[in-house]
Design a protein around this ligand. Structure first.
Ligand code: IFM
Length: 572
Protein backbone atom coordinates (compact mmCIF):
# COMPACT_ATOMS: atom_id res chain seq x y z
CA UNK A 1 0.00 0.00 0.00
CA UNK A 2 2.77 2.41 0.88
CA UNK A 3 5.09 1.74 -2.04
CA UNK A 4 2.23 1.69 -4.55
CA UNK A 5 3.84 -1.42 -5.97
CA UNK A 6 1.20 -3.42 -7.79
CA UNK A 7 1.41 -7.03 -8.83
CA UNK A 8 -1.09 -8.86 -10.95
CA UNK A 9 -1.22 -12.59 -11.44
CA UNK A 10 -3.58 -13.93 -14.05
CA UNK A 11 -4.43 -17.54 -14.75
CA UNK A 12 -5.94 -19.25 -17.72
CA UNK A 13 -6.97 -22.90 -17.89
CA UNK A 14 -7.07 -25.18 -20.87
CA UNK A 15 -9.04 -28.34 -20.30
CA UNK A 16 -8.79 -31.22 -22.74
CA UNK A 17 -11.55 -33.82 -22.50
CA UNK A 18 -12.73 -36.80 -24.45
CA UNK A 19 -15.51 -35.57 -26.79
CA UNK A 20 -18.25 -37.43 -24.96
CA UNK A 21 -17.25 -36.51 -21.37
CA UNK A 22 -19.81 -34.63 -19.24
CA UNK A 23 -18.35 -31.52 -17.72
CA UNK A 24 -19.37 -28.94 -15.09
CA UNK A 25 -17.66 -25.78 -13.91
CA UNK A 26 -18.17 -23.81 -10.69
CA UNK A 27 -16.35 -20.77 -9.40
CA UNK A 28 -16.23 -19.67 -5.78
CA UNK A 29 -14.90 -16.65 -4.01
CA UNK A 30 -14.31 -16.75 -0.28
CA UNK A 31 -12.76 -13.51 0.99
CA UNK A 32 -9.41 -13.24 -0.79
CA UNK A 33 -9.58 -16.84 -1.97
CA UNK A 34 -10.82 -17.60 -5.43
CA UNK A 35 -11.23 -21.11 -6.74
CA UNK A 36 -12.43 -22.89 -9.83
CA UNK A 37 -13.79 -26.41 -9.73
CA UNK A 38 -14.17 -28.73 -12.70
CA UNK A 39 -16.32 -31.84 -12.51
CA UNK A 40 -15.70 -34.33 -15.26
CA UNK A 41 -17.19 -37.80 -15.72
CA UNK A 42 -14.81 -40.20 -17.40
CA UNK A 43 -15.00 -43.78 -18.45
CA UNK A 44 -12.22 -46.13 -17.46
CA UNK A 45 -9.13 -45.54 -19.64
CA UNK A 46 -10.18 -42.04 -20.69
CA UNK A 47 -8.02 -39.14 -19.73
CA UNK A 48 -8.44 -35.50 -18.97
CA UNK A 49 -5.69 -32.92 -18.95
CA UNK A 50 -5.64 -29.47 -17.43
CA UNK A 51 -2.99 -26.95 -18.48
CA UNK A 52 -2.64 -23.94 -16.28
CA UNK A 53 -1.06 -20.81 -17.77
CA UNK A 54 0.04 -18.16 -15.33
CA UNK A 55 1.31 -14.68 -15.97
CA UNK A 56 2.87 -12.33 -13.45
CA UNK A 57 3.16 -8.60 -14.12
CA UNK A 58 4.11 -5.74 -11.87
CA UNK A 59 3.78 -1.99 -11.97
CA UNK A 60 7.56 -1.79 -12.38
CA UNK A 61 7.22 -2.78 -16.02
CA UNK A 62 3.66 -1.79 -16.87
CA UNK A 63 1.57 1.12 -15.65
CA UNK A 64 -0.89 -0.01 -13.02
CA UNK A 65 -3.93 0.88 -15.14
CA UNK A 66 -2.60 -1.25 -18.00
CA UNK A 67 -1.79 -4.34 -15.97
CA UNK A 68 -5.04 -6.14 -16.71
CA UNK A 69 -4.84 -5.59 -20.43
CA UNK A 70 -1.19 -6.60 -20.56
CA UNK A 71 -1.84 -9.78 -18.57
CA UNK A 72 -4.76 -10.76 -20.77
CA UNK A 73 -2.63 -10.34 -23.91
CA UNK A 74 0.21 -12.34 -22.43
CA UNK A 75 -2.12 -15.15 -21.45
CA UNK A 76 -3.68 -15.26 -24.89
CA UNK A 77 -0.22 -15.58 -26.37
CA UNK A 78 0.76 -18.32 -23.92
CA UNK A 79 -2.39 -20.32 -24.59
CA UNK A 80 -1.86 -20.01 -28.34
CA UNK A 81 1.63 -21.51 -27.96
CA UNK A 82 0.28 -24.25 -25.71
CA UNK A 83 2.12 -26.24 -23.09
CA UNK A 84 4.32 -28.00 -25.65
CA UNK A 85 5.33 -24.78 -27.37
CA UNK A 86 6.26 -23.12 -24.09
CA UNK A 87 8.09 -26.20 -22.87
CA UNK A 88 10.10 -26.22 -26.09
CA UNK A 89 11.12 -22.60 -25.61
CA UNK A 90 12.06 -23.30 -22.02
CA UNK A 91 14.09 -26.32 -23.03
CA UNK A 92 16.00 -24.33 -25.64
CA UNK A 93 16.76 -21.68 -23.02
CA UNK A 94 17.93 -24.23 -20.49
CA UNK A 95 19.94 -26.21 -23.05
CA UNK A 96 21.87 -23.03 -23.83
CA UNK A 97 22.40 -22.44 -20.11
CA UNK A 98 23.63 -25.98 -19.39
CA UNK A 99 25.84 -25.93 -22.45
CA UNK A 100 27.92 -23.24 -20.73
CA UNK A 101 27.26 -23.77 -17.06
CA UNK A 102 27.22 -27.49 -16.44
CA UNK A 103 29.97 -28.97 -14.31
CA UNK A 104 30.50 -32.71 -14.57
CA UNK A 105 32.26 -34.76 -11.96
CA UNK A 106 32.69 -38.45 -12.55
CA UNK A 107 32.63 -40.75 -9.55
CA UNK A 108 30.44 -38.78 -7.16
CA UNK A 109 26.70 -38.80 -8.08
CA UNK A 110 25.54 -37.07 -4.88
CA UNK A 111 27.90 -34.16 -5.32
CA UNK A 112 27.10 -34.03 -9.03
CA UNK A 113 23.43 -33.72 -8.14
CA UNK A 114 24.26 -30.94 -5.67
CA UNK A 115 26.17 -28.94 -8.28
CA UNK A 116 23.32 -29.12 -10.79
CA UNK A 117 20.70 -28.32 -8.18
CA UNK A 118 22.74 -25.26 -7.23
CA UNK A 119 23.31 -23.99 -10.76
CA UNK A 120 19.62 -24.35 -11.55
CA UNK A 121 18.61 -22.61 -8.31
CA UNK A 122 20.92 -19.70 -9.08
CA UNK A 123 19.49 -19.30 -12.54
CA UNK A 124 15.95 -19.28 -11.17
CA UNK A 125 16.59 -16.60 -8.59
CA UNK A 126 18.84 -14.10 -10.36
CA UNK A 127 17.49 -10.69 -11.31
CA UNK A 128 17.90 -10.03 -15.02
CA UNK A 129 16.46 -6.59 -15.54
CA UNK A 130 19.14 -4.43 -13.93
CA UNK A 131 16.61 -3.33 -11.33
CA UNK A 132 16.73 -6.44 -9.22
CA UNK A 133 19.63 -8.48 -7.90
CA UNK A 134 20.01 -11.81 -6.10
CA UNK A 135 18.62 -12.09 -2.59
CA UNK A 136 20.68 -14.05 -0.07
CA UNK A 137 17.93 -16.67 -0.15
CA UNK A 138 17.10 -16.19 -3.81
CA UNK A 139 13.36 -16.30 -4.40
CA UNK A 140 12.97 -19.34 -2.21
CA UNK A 141 12.26 -18.17 1.31
CA UNK A 142 11.76 -15.31 3.67
CA UNK A 143 15.13 -15.52 5.44
CA UNK A 144 16.89 -12.13 5.37
CA UNK A 145 13.64 -10.57 4.13
CA UNK A 146 14.63 -10.84 0.49
CA UNK A 147 17.65 -8.57 0.97
CA UNK A 148 20.68 -8.38 -1.29
CA UNK A 149 24.14 -8.42 0.34
CA UNK A 150 27.79 -8.63 -0.76
CA UNK A 151 26.88 -12.28 -1.45
CA UNK A 152 25.92 -11.10 -4.94
CA UNK A 153 29.25 -9.65 -6.04
CA UNK A 154 31.59 -12.00 -4.21
CA UNK A 155 29.82 -15.32 -4.70
CA UNK A 156 26.98 -15.21 -7.22
CA UNK A 157 28.45 -12.80 -9.75
CA UNK A 158 31.53 -14.91 -10.63
CA UNK A 159 29.24 -17.82 -11.52
CA UNK A 160 27.28 -15.66 -13.95
CA UNK A 161 30.26 -13.67 -15.24
CA UNK A 162 31.91 -16.90 -16.37
CA UNK A 163 28.81 -18.77 -17.56
CA UNK A 164 26.02 -16.32 -18.40
CA UNK A 165 27.63 -12.88 -18.61
CA UNK A 166 24.43 -11.12 -19.62
CA UNK A 167 23.03 -11.90 -16.17
CA UNK A 168 26.34 -10.82 -14.62
CA UNK A 169 25.98 -7.44 -16.28
CA UNK A 170 22.37 -7.09 -15.13
CA UNK A 171 23.45 -7.74 -11.53
CA UNK A 172 26.02 -4.96 -11.77
CA UNK A 173 23.55 -2.62 -13.44
CA UNK A 174 21.49 -2.89 -10.29
CA UNK A 175 24.35 -1.23 -8.40
CA UNK A 176 24.53 1.56 -10.95
CA UNK A 177 20.81 2.16 -10.70
CA UNK A 178 21.09 2.48 -6.95
CA UNK A 179 24.20 4.69 -6.94
CA UNK A 180 22.15 7.72 -5.96
CA UNK A 181 20.95 5.98 -2.79
CA UNK A 182 24.57 5.00 -2.07
CA UNK A 183 25.57 8.66 -2.37
CA UNK A 184 22.84 9.59 0.08
CA UNK A 185 23.97 6.87 2.42
CA UNK A 186 27.52 8.24 2.45
CA UNK A 187 26.08 11.63 3.40
CA UNK A 188 24.14 10.12 6.28
CA UNK A 189 27.44 8.61 7.43
CA UNK A 190 29.08 12.05 7.12
CA UNK A 191 31.35 10.87 4.31
CA UNK A 192 32.00 11.93 0.75
CA UNK A 193 31.27 9.78 -2.28
CA UNK A 194 29.07 6.71 -2.09
CA UNK A 195 28.61 3.91 0.40
CA UNK A 196 26.58 0.94 -0.74
CA UNK A 197 24.13 -0.48 1.78
CA UNK A 198 25.06 -3.69 3.56
CA UNK A 199 21.59 -5.07 2.91
CA UNK A 200 19.00 -3.71 0.57
CA UNK A 201 16.21 -4.28 -1.90
CA UNK A 202 15.60 -0.86 -3.39
CA UNK A 203 19.04 0.66 -2.81
CA UNK A 204 18.47 2.04 0.69
CA UNK A 205 20.30 0.63 3.71
CA UNK A 206 18.08 -1.93 5.45
CA UNK A 207 20.48 -3.12 8.17
CA UNK A 208 19.17 -2.74 11.65
CA UNK A 209 22.23 -3.94 13.57
CA UNK A 210 25.03 -1.64 12.41
CA UNK A 211 28.07 -3.50 13.88
CA UNK A 212 27.41 -6.40 11.50
CA UNK A 213 25.66 -4.18 8.97
CA UNK A 214 26.58 -0.70 7.82
CA UNK A 215 30.03 -1.09 9.40
CA UNK A 216 30.84 -3.65 6.69
CA UNK A 217 32.09 -0.92 4.38
CA UNK A 218 34.07 -3.56 2.52
CA UNK A 219 30.97 -3.94 0.36
CA UNK A 220 32.22 -0.94 -1.65
CA UNK A 221 35.46 -2.76 -2.45
CA UNK A 222 33.59 -6.00 -3.12
CA UNK A 223 31.46 -4.29 -5.75
CA UNK A 224 34.60 -2.76 -7.29
CA UNK A 225 36.18 -6.23 -7.34
CA UNK A 226 33.08 -7.65 -9.04
CA UNK A 227 33.19 -4.90 -11.67
CA UNK A 228 36.86 -5.53 -12.41
CA UNK A 229 36.37 -9.27 -12.67
CA UNK A 230 33.35 -8.85 -14.93
CA UNK A 231 35.07 -6.34 -17.21
CA UNK A 232 38.29 -8.33 -17.44
CA UNK A 233 36.47 -11.60 -18.11
CA UNK A 234 34.05 -10.22 -20.68
CA UNK A 235 35.92 -7.27 -22.18
CA UNK A 236 32.68 -5.28 -21.74
CA UNK A 237 34.21 -1.79 -21.69
CA UNK A 238 30.84 -0.37 -22.63
CA UNK A 239 29.64 -1.19 -19.12
CA UNK A 240 32.82 0.19 -17.57
CA UNK A 241 32.60 3.48 -19.44
CA UNK A 242 28.85 3.96 -19.11
CA UNK A 243 28.27 2.75 -15.55
CA UNK A 244 31.18 0.99 -13.83
CA UNK A 245 33.56 3.96 -13.78
CA UNK A 246 31.07 6.21 -12.01
CA UNK A 247 30.53 3.57 -9.32
CA UNK A 248 34.30 3.08 -8.93
CA UNK A 249 35.00 6.80 -8.63
CA UNK A 250 32.22 7.64 -6.19
CA UNK A 251 33.06 4.68 -3.94
CA UNK A 252 36.80 5.57 -4.04
CA UNK A 253 35.93 9.00 -2.72
CA UNK A 254 34.36 7.30 0.24
CA UNK A 255 37.57 5.42 1.14
CA UNK A 256 39.89 8.41 1.09
CA UNK A 257 37.44 10.35 3.19
CA UNK A 258 36.86 7.50 5.64
CA UNK A 259 40.54 6.67 6.21
CA UNK A 260 43.36 8.85 7.50
CA UNK A 261 47.15 9.05 7.41
CA UNK A 262 48.04 7.92 10.87
CA UNK A 263 51.20 9.44 12.44
CA UNK A 264 51.17 6.61 14.99
CA UNK A 265 51.61 4.17 12.07
CA UNK A 266 54.37 6.10 10.32
CA UNK A 267 51.85 8.06 8.24
CA UNK A 268 50.29 4.91 6.77
CA UNK A 269 46.70 5.13 5.51
CA UNK A 270 44.44 3.54 8.13
CA UNK A 271 40.74 2.68 8.03
CA UNK A 272 39.17 2.67 11.49
CA UNK A 273 35.87 1.57 12.96
CA UNK A 274 34.79 -1.00 10.39
CA UNK A 275 33.72 -4.64 10.38
CA UNK A 276 35.30 -7.12 7.97
CA UNK A 277 33.55 -10.16 6.50
CA UNK A 278 33.85 -12.08 9.77
CA UNK A 279 30.76 -11.09 11.71
CA UNK A 280 32.12 -12.49 14.99
CA UNK A 281 34.55 -9.56 15.17
CA UNK A 282 33.06 -6.09 14.90
CA UNK A 283 34.01 -2.42 14.77
CA UNK A 284 37.77 -2.73 14.49
CA UNK A 285 40.60 -0.63 13.13
CA UNK A 286 42.40 -1.82 9.99
CA UNK A 287 40.62 -5.02 9.12
CA UNK A 288 43.21 -6.56 6.77
CA UNK A 289 40.59 -7.78 4.30
CA UNK A 290 39.03 -4.32 4.08
CA UNK A 291 42.36 -2.50 3.70
CA UNK A 292 43.71 -4.90 1.08
CA UNK A 293 40.49 -4.81 -0.91
CA UNK A 294 40.18 -1.02 -0.59
CA UNK A 295 43.76 -0.70 -1.87
CA UNK A 296 42.84 -2.81 -4.87
CA UNK A 297 39.70 -0.78 -5.39
CA UNK A 298 41.61 2.54 -5.37
CA UNK A 299 44.21 1.18 -7.77
CA UNK A 300 41.56 -0.05 -10.16
CA UNK A 301 39.75 3.29 -10.02
CA UNK A 302 43.02 5.04 -10.99
CA UNK A 303 43.64 2.55 -13.82
CA UNK A 304 40.08 3.04 -15.04
CA UNK A 305 40.45 6.82 -15.04
CA UNK A 306 43.64 6.43 -17.10
CA UNK A 307 41.95 4.05 -19.54
CA UNK A 308 38.99 6.35 -20.02
CA UNK A 309 41.17 9.43 -20.41
CA UNK A 310 43.22 7.74 -23.11
CA UNK A 311 40.61 5.69 -24.95
CA UNK A 312 37.31 7.40 -24.23
CA UNK A 313 38.26 11.07 -23.69
CA UNK A 314 34.80 12.49 -24.44
CA UNK A 315 33.03 10.10 -22.09
CA UNK A 316 35.68 10.75 -19.45
CA UNK A 317 35.28 14.51 -19.71
CA UNK A 318 31.51 14.16 -19.47
CA UNK A 319 31.73 11.95 -16.40
CA UNK A 320 34.35 14.13 -14.72
CA UNK A 321 32.06 17.14 -15.24
CA UNK A 322 29.03 15.27 -13.99
CA UNK A 323 30.61 14.18 -10.70
CA UNK A 324 33.14 17.03 -10.34
CA UNK A 325 36.14 14.70 -10.52
CA UNK A 326 39.56 16.38 -10.30
CA UNK A 327 43.11 15.24 -11.09
CA UNK A 328 44.03 16.02 -7.50
CA UNK A 329 41.50 13.44 -6.32
CA UNK A 330 43.02 10.78 -8.54
CA UNK A 331 46.46 11.51 -7.08
CA UNK A 332 44.92 11.21 -3.63
CA UNK A 333 43.46 7.77 -4.42
CA UNK A 334 46.85 6.58 -5.64
CA UNK A 335 48.56 7.97 -2.56
CA UNK A 336 46.09 6.30 -0.18
CA UNK A 337 46.57 2.99 -2.04
CA UNK A 338 50.37 3.30 -1.93
CA UNK A 339 50.34 4.06 1.76
CA UNK A 340 47.63 1.60 2.77
CA UNK A 341 48.33 0.03 6.15
CA UNK A 342 48.08 -3.77 6.33
CA UNK A 343 48.43 -5.24 9.82
CA UNK A 344 51.09 -7.94 10.01
CA UNK A 345 52.51 -9.92 12.91
CA UNK A 346 56.14 -10.66 12.19
CA UNK A 347 56.50 -13.05 15.11
CA UNK A 348 53.74 -15.32 13.81
CA UNK A 349 54.55 -14.48 10.20
CA UNK A 350 50.88 -13.86 9.42
CA UNK A 351 48.56 -10.95 8.64
CA UNK A 352 46.59 -9.84 11.65
CA UNK A 353 42.86 -9.85 10.99
CA UNK A 354 42.84 -6.33 12.43
CA UNK A 355 44.75 -4.16 14.91
CA UNK A 356 43.61 -6.03 18.03
CA UNK A 357 42.48 -9.47 16.90
CA UNK A 358 45.68 -11.33 17.77
CA UNK A 359 45.85 -9.94 21.29
CA UNK A 360 42.42 -11.26 22.23
CA UNK A 361 41.78 -14.45 24.15
CA UNK A 362 41.18 -17.51 21.96
CA UNK A 363 37.68 -18.98 22.06
CA UNK A 364 37.39 -22.11 24.21
CA UNK A 365 36.50 -24.53 21.42
CA UNK A 366 37.22 -27.61 23.54
CA UNK A 367 34.71 -26.42 26.14
CA UNK A 368 31.96 -25.55 23.63
CA UNK A 369 29.58 -28.47 22.99
CA UNK A 370 28.17 -28.96 19.45
CA UNK A 371 24.69 -27.80 20.52
CA UNK A 372 26.11 -24.34 21.27
CA UNK A 373 26.68 -23.71 17.58
CA UNK A 374 25.99 -21.46 15.79
CA UNK A 375 27.50 -19.29 18.51
CA UNK A 376 25.38 -16.29 17.60
CA UNK A 377 22.26 -18.09 18.80
CA UNK A 378 23.77 -18.93 22.20
CA UNK A 379 26.10 -16.11 23.23
CA UNK A 380 25.71 -12.36 23.38
CA UNK A 381 27.62 -10.64 20.55
CA UNK A 382 29.84 -8.86 23.08
CA UNK A 383 31.03 -12.20 24.45
CA UNK A 384 31.88 -13.37 20.94
CA UNK A 385 33.54 -10.07 19.94
CA UNK A 386 36.00 -10.35 22.85
CA UNK A 387 37.51 -13.56 21.53
CA UNK A 388 39.60 -14.86 18.66
CA UNK A 389 36.84 -16.73 16.90
CA UNK A 390 35.54 -16.36 13.35
CA UNK A 391 32.12 -16.88 11.91
CA UNK A 392 33.46 -17.09 8.36
CA UNK A 393 36.47 -16.67 6.11
CA UNK A 394 37.99 -13.22 6.46
CA UNK A 395 41.74 -13.07 5.94
CA UNK A 396 41.52 -16.50 4.30
CA UNK A 397 39.11 -15.04 1.76
CA UNK A 398 41.52 -12.37 0.65
CA UNK A 399 44.22 -15.05 0.19
CA UNK A 400 41.98 -16.35 -2.58
CA UNK A 401 40.68 -13.07 -3.98
CA UNK A 402 44.09 -11.44 -4.26
CA UNK A 403 45.88 -14.73 -4.68
CA UNK A 404 48.76 -13.26 -6.70
CA UNK A 405 49.77 -11.01 -3.80
CA UNK A 406 50.72 -13.84 -1.41
CA UNK A 407 53.35 -16.55 -1.63
CA UNK A 408 52.34 -20.19 -1.11
CA UNK A 409 54.17 -20.20 2.24
CA UNK A 410 52.24 -17.14 3.35
CA UNK A 411 48.98 -18.77 2.32
CA UNK A 412 49.83 -21.87 4.29
CA UNK A 413 50.82 -19.96 7.43
CA UNK A 414 47.75 -17.74 7.39
CA UNK A 415 45.35 -20.55 6.58
CA UNK A 416 46.84 -22.72 9.34
CA UNK A 417 46.34 -19.94 11.87
CA UNK A 418 42.81 -18.84 11.00
CA UNK A 419 41.19 -22.08 9.92
CA UNK A 420 41.08 -23.67 13.41
CA UNK A 421 39.52 -20.48 14.79
CA UNK A 422 36.70 -20.52 12.24
CA UNK A 423 33.30 -21.95 13.17
CA UNK A 424 31.78 -21.72 9.66
CA UNK A 425 28.59 -20.58 11.37
CA UNK A 426 28.07 -18.65 8.13
CA UNK A 427 27.27 -20.72 5.05
CA UNK A 428 29.58 -18.41 3.09
CA UNK A 429 32.64 -19.88 4.75
CA UNK A 430 33.30 -23.55 3.77
CA UNK A 431 33.59 -22.94 0.02
CA UNK A 432 36.31 -20.32 0.51
CA UNK A 433 38.22 -22.65 2.81
CA UNK A 434 37.86 -25.37 0.20
CA UNK A 435 39.44 -23.15 -2.47
CA UNK A 436 42.40 -22.09 -0.33
CA UNK A 437 42.91 -25.61 1.02
CA UNK A 438 43.05 -26.90 -2.57
CA UNK A 439 45.62 -24.27 -3.46
CA UNK A 440 47.93 -25.09 -0.58
CA UNK A 441 47.67 -28.82 -1.24
CA UNK A 442 45.42 -29.93 1.61
CA UNK A 443 43.14 -31.92 -0.64
CA UNK A 444 41.37 -33.70 2.16
CA UNK A 445 40.27 -30.43 3.76
CA UNK A 446 39.40 -29.01 0.33
CA UNK A 447 37.17 -31.98 -0.38
CA UNK A 448 35.52 -31.98 3.06
CA UNK A 449 34.74 -28.28 2.84
CA UNK A 450 33.45 -28.70 -0.69
CA UNK A 451 31.14 -31.55 0.37
CA UNK A 452 29.77 -29.39 3.14
CA UNK A 453 28.94 -26.61 0.70
CA UNK A 454 27.61 -28.42 -2.31
CA UNK A 455 24.71 -30.19 -0.61
CA UNK A 456 24.05 -27.46 1.94
CA UNK A 457 20.36 -27.22 1.06
CA UNK A 458 19.65 -30.67 -0.35
CA UNK A 459 20.77 -32.18 2.96
CA UNK A 460 19.81 -29.17 5.07
CA UNK A 461 23.33 -29.10 6.51
CA UNK A 462 22.72 -25.93 8.55
CA UNK A 463 19.20 -26.97 9.57
CA UNK A 464 17.59 -23.80 8.20
CA UNK A 465 16.66 -24.60 4.60
CA UNK A 466 13.08 -23.78 5.63
CA UNK A 467 14.08 -20.10 5.52
CA UNK A 468 15.28 -20.41 1.93
CA UNK A 469 18.27 -21.62 -0.03
CA UNK A 470 21.81 -20.38 0.63
CA UNK A 471 22.61 -18.80 -2.71
CA UNK A 472 26.15 -17.70 -1.81
CA UNK A 473 27.04 -21.26 -0.83
CA UNK A 474 25.39 -22.56 -3.99
CA UNK A 475 27.53 -20.31 -6.14
CA UNK A 476 30.44 -21.07 -3.81
CA UNK A 477 30.19 -24.74 -4.75
CA UNK A 478 30.79 -23.76 -8.38
CA UNK A 479 33.77 -21.64 -7.29
CA UNK A 480 35.12 -24.53 -5.22
CA UNK A 481 35.26 -26.67 -8.37
CA UNK A 482 36.42 -24.04 -10.84
CA UNK A 483 38.69 -21.89 -8.63
CA UNK A 484 39.52 -24.61 -6.13
CA UNK A 485 40.07 -27.93 -7.91
CA UNK A 486 40.41 -26.27 -11.33
CA UNK A 487 42.73 -23.63 -9.84
CA UNK A 488 41.31 -20.92 -12.09
CA UNK A 489 42.49 -17.35 -11.41
CA UNK A 490 41.99 -14.15 -13.36
CA UNK A 491 44.93 -11.86 -12.76
CA UNK A 492 45.44 -8.69 -14.77
CA UNK A 493 42.86 -9.98 -17.25
CA UNK A 494 44.83 -13.20 -17.80
CA UNK A 495 43.14 -16.53 -17.20
CA UNK A 496 45.19 -19.28 -15.56
CA UNK A 497 44.54 -22.82 -14.32
CA UNK A 498 46.19 -25.22 -11.95
CA UNK A 499 43.97 -28.32 -11.84
CA UNK A 500 44.11 -30.96 -9.16
CA UNK A 501 41.63 -33.82 -8.81
CA UNK A 502 40.34 -34.80 -5.37
CA UNK A 503 40.82 -38.56 -4.74
CA UNK A 504 37.15 -39.70 -4.86
CA UNK A 505 36.63 -38.39 -8.41
CA UNK A 506 37.81 -39.95 -11.61
CA UNK A 507 37.50 -36.78 -13.70
CA UNK A 508 36.03 -33.30 -13.80
CA UNK A 509 34.82 -31.09 -16.63
CA UNK A 510 33.66 -27.47 -16.63
CA UNK A 511 33.42 -24.62 -19.09
CA UNK A 512 34.02 -20.92 -18.73
CA UNK A 513 33.11 -17.98 -20.92
CA UNK A 514 36.03 -15.64 -21.43
CA UNK A 515 35.74 -12.60 -23.71
CA UNK A 516 32.93 -14.17 -25.72
CA UNK A 517 34.76 -17.50 -26.13
CA UNK A 518 33.85 -20.78 -24.51
CA UNK A 519 36.70 -22.77 -23.01
CA UNK A 520 36.24 -26.33 -21.77
CA UNK A 521 38.55 -27.69 -19.10
CA UNK A 522 38.65 -31.45 -18.55
CA UNK A 523 41.02 -33.09 -16.10
CA UNK A 524 41.61 -36.44 -14.51
CA UNK A 525 44.50 -37.63 -12.37
CA UNK A 526 47.09 -37.72 -15.15
CA UNK A 527 46.25 -34.92 -17.54
CA UNK A 528 44.26 -31.83 -18.33
CA UNK A 529 42.71 -31.06 -21.72
CA UNK A 530 41.78 -27.49 -22.68
CA UNK A 531 39.37 -27.25 -25.63
CA UNK A 532 38.14 -24.06 -27.21
CA UNK A 533 34.49 -24.89 -27.92
CA UNK A 534 33.53 -21.45 -29.23
CA UNK A 535 35.69 -18.59 -30.39
CA UNK A 536 38.71 -17.84 -32.53
CA UNK A 537 41.52 -18.41 -30.09
CA UNK A 538 42.89 -17.34 -26.75
CA UNK A 539 45.94 -17.40 -24.56
CA UNK A 540 45.76 -18.88 -21.07
CA UNK A 541 48.27 -20.12 -18.53
CA UNK A 542 48.53 -23.69 -17.35
CA UNK A 543 50.56 -24.08 -14.13
CA UNK A 544 52.19 -20.76 -15.00
CA UNK A 545 53.08 -21.70 -18.58
CA UNK A 546 51.46 -19.53 -21.30
CA UNK A 547 49.66 -21.49 -24.02
CA UNK A 548 47.61 -20.56 -27.09
CA UNK A 549 44.48 -22.47 -27.95
CA UNK A 550 42.80 -22.10 -31.32
CA UNK A 551 39.25 -22.64 -32.42
CA UNK A 552 38.05 -26.20 -31.81
CA UNK A 553 41.54 -27.23 -30.75
CA UNK A 554 42.26 -29.46 -27.73
CA UNK A 555 45.54 -28.87 -25.91
CA UNK A 556 46.75 -31.51 -23.43
CA UNK A 557 49.15 -31.25 -20.55
CA UNK A 558 50.33 -33.84 -18.09
CA UNK A 559 49.56 -32.77 -14.56
CA UNK A 560 52.72 -31.86 -12.65
CA UNK A 561 53.59 -34.41 -10.02
CA UNK A 562 55.70 -32.11 -7.89
CA UNK A 563 53.26 -29.30 -7.16
CA UNK A 564 52.07 -29.26 -3.54
CA UNK A 565 48.50 -29.60 -4.72
CA UNK A 566 48.91 -32.53 -7.09
CA UNK A 567 50.39 -34.88 -4.50
CA UNK A 568 47.88 -33.92 -1.86
CA UNK A 569 50.70 -33.26 0.60
CA UNK A 570 51.25 -30.08 2.50
CA UNK A 571 54.15 -27.66 2.41
CA UNK A 572 54.66 -26.61 6.00
O1 IFM B 1 26.23 -11.59 3.76
C1 IFM B 1 26.12 -12.64 4.65
C2 IFM B 1 27.14 -12.44 5.77
O2 IFM B 1 28.45 -12.45 5.26
C3 IFM B 1 26.99 -13.50 6.81
N1 IFM B 1 25.64 -13.48 7.33
C4 IFM B 1 24.65 -13.71 6.32
C5 IFM B 1 24.72 -12.70 5.20
C6 IFM B 1 23.70 -13.04 4.11
O3 IFM B 1 24.01 -14.25 3.51
Amino acid sequence: RRSRFALLTAVSHQLELPPSAAFGLSEQQDGPWFSVQYDVSLRQGEKVSLSKFISVHTSRDTREEELRMRSAEELRLAVSRGFDGLAKEQRAYLDAFWHRADVEIAGDPALQQGLRFNAFGLLQSAGRDGRTSMAAKGLTGEGYEGHYFWDTEMYVLPFFTFTTPEIGRALLEFRYRTLEQARQRAQVMSQRGALYPWRTIGGEENSAYFPAGTAQAHINADIAYGIRQYVQATGDEDFLVGQGAEILFETSRFWVDLGHYNPARGGAFCIDGVTGPDEYTALVNNNAYTNLMAREHLRYACETAKLLRERYPMEYARLARKIGLTEEELREWQRAADKMYVPYDSELGIYAQDDTFLSKQKWDFAGTPPEKYPLLLHYHPLVIYRHQVLKQADLVMVLFLLSEQFSTEEKIRNYRYYEPLTTHDSSLSPCIHSIVAAEIGDLKAAYDYFSRTVRMDLDDVNGNAKDGLHTAAMAGSWMAVVNGFGGMRLVGGELSFHPVLPPPWSSCRFKVMYRGQLLEVFFDREQVVYTLREGEGLVIRHEGEPMSIHSGEAVRRTLAANHPSSGGHLVS
